[in-house]
Ligand binder design. Structure first.
Ligand code: NI
Length: 180
Protein backbone atom coordinates (compact mmCIF):
# COMPACT_ATOMS: atom_id res chain seq x y z
CA UNK A 1 0.00 0.00 0.00
CA UNK A 2 1.31 3.43 -0.94
CA UNK A 3 2.15 5.68 1.98
CA UNK A 4 -0.37 8.53 1.95
CA UNK A 5 2.24 10.77 3.59
CA UNK A 6 3.99 10.74 0.19
CA UNK A 7 1.07 12.80 -1.16
CA UNK A 8 2.01 15.77 1.05
CA UNK A 9 3.98 18.73 -0.31
CA UNK A 10 6.84 19.39 2.12
CA UNK A 11 8.50 22.81 2.66
CA UNK A 12 10.38 24.49 1.17
CA UNK A 13 8.18 24.42 -1.94
CA UNK A 14 6.87 27.28 -4.08
CA UNK A 15 3.37 25.74 -4.06
CA UNK A 16 3.18 26.55 -0.34
CA UNK A 17 3.88 30.22 -1.10
CA UNK A 18 1.25 30.71 -3.80
CA UNK A 19 -2.11 32.47 -3.68
CA UNK A 20 -4.70 29.80 -4.52
CA UNK A 21 -7.55 30.25 -7.00
CA UNK A 22 -11.15 30.53 -5.85
CA UNK A 23 -13.34 27.56 -6.77
CA UNK A 24 -16.05 28.68 -9.19
CA UNK A 25 -17.89 25.36 -9.49
CA UNK A 26 -18.10 22.27 -7.29
CA UNK A 27 -17.17 19.62 -9.85
CA UNK A 28 -16.59 15.87 -9.39
CA UNK A 29 -12.86 16.72 -9.42
CA UNK A 30 -13.31 19.04 -6.45
CA UNK A 31 -15.26 16.36 -4.58
CA UNK A 32 -12.52 13.83 -5.32
CA UNK A 33 -9.88 16.29 -4.16
CA UNK A 34 -11.73 16.82 -0.86
CA UNK A 35 -11.91 13.06 -0.36
CA UNK A 36 -8.20 12.63 -1.13
CA UNK A 37 -7.31 15.42 1.31
CA UNK A 38 -9.44 13.86 4.06
CA UNK A 39 -7.75 10.48 3.52
CA UNK A 40 -4.32 12.10 3.72
CA UNK A 41 -5.31 14.06 6.83
CA UNK A 42 -6.53 10.99 8.72
CA UNK A 43 -3.58 8.88 7.55
CA UNK A 44 -1.12 11.44 8.89
CA UNK A 45 -3.22 12.24 12.00
CA UNK A 46 -3.49 15.92 11.14
CA UNK A 47 -6.47 18.01 12.23
CA UNK A 48 -6.55 20.01 9.03
CA UNK A 49 -5.19 20.11 5.50
CA UNK A 50 -5.25 22.68 2.69
CA UNK A 51 -5.28 21.92 -1.04
CA UNK A 52 -1.80 23.37 -1.78
CA UNK A 53 -0.43 20.78 0.67
CA UNK A 54 -1.35 18.13 -1.90
CA UNK A 55 -0.17 20.33 -4.77
CA UNK A 56 -3.57 21.68 -5.86
CA UNK A 57 -3.66 25.47 -5.89
CA UNK A 58 -7.36 26.00 -5.16
CA UNK A 59 -9.18 27.38 -2.12
CA UNK A 60 -10.19 24.15 -0.43
CA UNK A 61 -9.60 23.11 3.17
CA UNK A 62 -10.58 19.99 5.13
CA UNK A 63 -10.66 20.18 8.93
CA UNK A 64 -11.54 17.69 11.67
CA UNK A 65 -10.59 18.77 15.17
CA UNK A 66 -13.06 16.39 16.81
CA UNK A 67 -12.11 12.93 15.72
CA UNK A 68 -10.48 10.60 18.20
CA UNK A 69 -10.68 7.41 16.17
CA UNK A 70 -11.68 6.19 12.77
CA UNK A 71 -15.27 5.62 13.93
CA UNK A 72 -15.86 9.25 14.75
CA UNK A 73 -14.90 11.22 11.66
CA UNK A 74 -16.66 14.48 11.01
CA UNK A 75 -14.64 16.38 8.41
CA UNK A 76 -15.61 19.94 7.55
CA UNK A 77 -14.98 20.77 3.91
CA UNK A 78 -14.48 24.53 3.40
CA UNK A 79 -14.62 25.96 -0.10
CA UNK A 80 -13.40 29.55 -0.60
CA UNK A 81 -13.27 30.13 3.18
CA UNK A 82 -13.06 33.71 4.43
CA UNK A 83 -12.24 34.90 7.92
CA UNK A 84 -14.90 37.52 8.60
CA UNK A 85 -13.98 38.11 12.25
CA UNK A 86 -10.66 37.53 14.00
CA UNK A 87 -10.51 39.11 17.42
CA UNK A 88 -10.21 38.31 21.09
CA UNK A 89 -7.02 38.09 23.06
CA UNK A 90 -3.99 36.79 21.13
CA UNK A 91 -2.91 33.35 22.32
CA UNK A 92 0.46 31.79 21.63
CA UNK A 93 0.29 28.04 21.03
CA UNK A 94 2.46 25.30 19.58
CA UNK A 95 1.56 24.45 16.00
CA UNK A 96 2.63 21.69 13.70
CA UNK A 97 2.00 21.34 9.98
CA UNK A 98 1.97 18.32 7.67
CA UNK A 99 4.24 20.30 5.34
CA UNK A 100 6.81 20.87 8.12
CA UNK A 101 7.55 17.35 9.38
CA UNK A 102 9.39 17.02 12.65
CA UNK A 103 8.95 20.55 14.00
CA UNK A 104 6.53 22.64 16.00
CA UNK A 105 6.63 26.42 16.39
CA UNK A 106 4.97 28.87 18.77
CA UNK A 107 2.50 31.07 16.91
CA UNK A 108 0.41 33.90 18.31
CA UNK A 109 -3.08 34.29 16.85
CA UNK A 110 -6.43 35.85 17.77
CA UNK A 111 -8.45 33.50 20.01
CA UNK A 112 -11.83 34.05 18.34
CA UNK A 113 -12.76 33.65 14.69
CA UNK A 114 -15.82 33.54 12.51
CA UNK A 115 -15.33 31.93 9.10
CA UNK A 116 -17.69 31.72 6.15
CA UNK A 117 -17.28 29.05 3.48
CA UNK A 118 -19.27 26.95 1.04
CA UNK A 119 -19.60 23.23 1.74
CA UNK A 120 -19.61 20.50 -0.93
CA UNK A 121 -23.35 21.05 -1.44
CA UNK A 122 -22.67 24.70 -2.25
CA UNK A 123 -24.35 25.92 0.95
CA UNK A 124 -22.85 28.97 2.62
CA UNK A 125 -21.81 27.88 6.13
CA UNK A 126 -20.58 29.87 9.09
CA UNK A 127 -18.13 28.48 11.66
CA UNK A 128 -17.32 30.16 14.94
CA UNK A 129 -14.53 29.07 17.29
CA UNK A 130 -13.13 30.54 20.47
CA UNK A 131 -10.19 29.49 22.65
CA UNK A 132 -9.85 26.05 21.10
CA UNK A 133 -7.98 23.97 18.56
CA UNK A 134 -10.57 24.76 15.90
CA UNK A 135 -9.88 28.49 16.21
CA UNK A 136 -6.19 27.86 15.56
CA UNK A 137 -6.76 25.29 12.85
CA UNK A 138 -9.15 27.50 10.85
CA UNK A 139 -6.60 30.33 10.76
CA UNK A 140 -3.65 28.02 10.02
CA UNK A 141 -5.41 26.25 7.13
CA UNK A 142 -6.91 29.39 5.58
CA UNK A 143 -3.43 30.95 5.68
CA UNK A 144 -2.24 28.10 3.42
CA UNK A 145 -4.70 29.21 0.72
CA UNK A 146 -2.95 32.58 0.59
CA UNK A 147 0.60 31.26 0.46
CA UNK A 148 1.18 31.80 4.17
CA UNK A 149 2.58 29.10 6.46
CA UNK A 150 3.07 29.01 10.23
CA UNK A 151 6.70 30.10 10.02
CA UNK A 152 5.63 33.34 8.31
CA UNK A 153 4.20 34.40 11.68
CA UNK A 154 7.65 34.20 13.29
CA UNK A 155 10.37 36.81 13.50
CA UNK A 156 13.16 36.51 10.93
CA UNK A 157 15.52 34.95 13.46
CA UNK A 158 12.90 32.50 14.75
CA UNK A 159 12.12 31.55 11.16
CA UNK A 160 15.78 30.79 10.46
CA UNK A 161 15.88 28.49 13.50
CA UNK A 162 12.68 26.75 12.40
CA UNK A 163 13.99 26.20 8.87
CA UNK A 164 17.27 24.85 10.23
CA UNK A 165 15.34 22.48 12.53
CA UNK A 166 13.14 21.44 9.61
CA UNK A 167 16.16 20.61 7.46
CA UNK A 168 17.65 18.57 10.31
CA UNK A 169 14.36 16.74 10.94
CA UNK A 170 13.96 15.92 7.24
CA UNK A 171 17.56 14.69 7.08
CA UNK A 172 16.78 12.46 10.08
CA UNK A 173 13.82 10.98 8.20
CA UNK A 174 10.87 12.89 9.69
CA UNK A 175 7.62 12.28 7.78
CA UNK A 176 4.45 14.39 7.39
CA UNK A 177 2.40 14.05 10.56
CA UNK A 178 5.41 13.66 12.81
CA UNK A 179 6.13 16.54 15.14
CA UNK A 180 8.96 17.16 17.55
NI1 NI B 1 -0.26 23.52 7.77
Amino acid sequence: MADLADDIVVAPDERLKTECARIEEITPEIRALAERMAEDMYATEGCGIAAPQVGELVQLVVIDCDYVDSDNRNPYVLINPEIVVADGEEHELSEGCLSFPGITVRVSRPSHVIVRARNLDGDLMQYEARDNLLAVCLQHEIDHLHGVTMIDHLSASQRMVALRDLAAAKAAGARPGETA
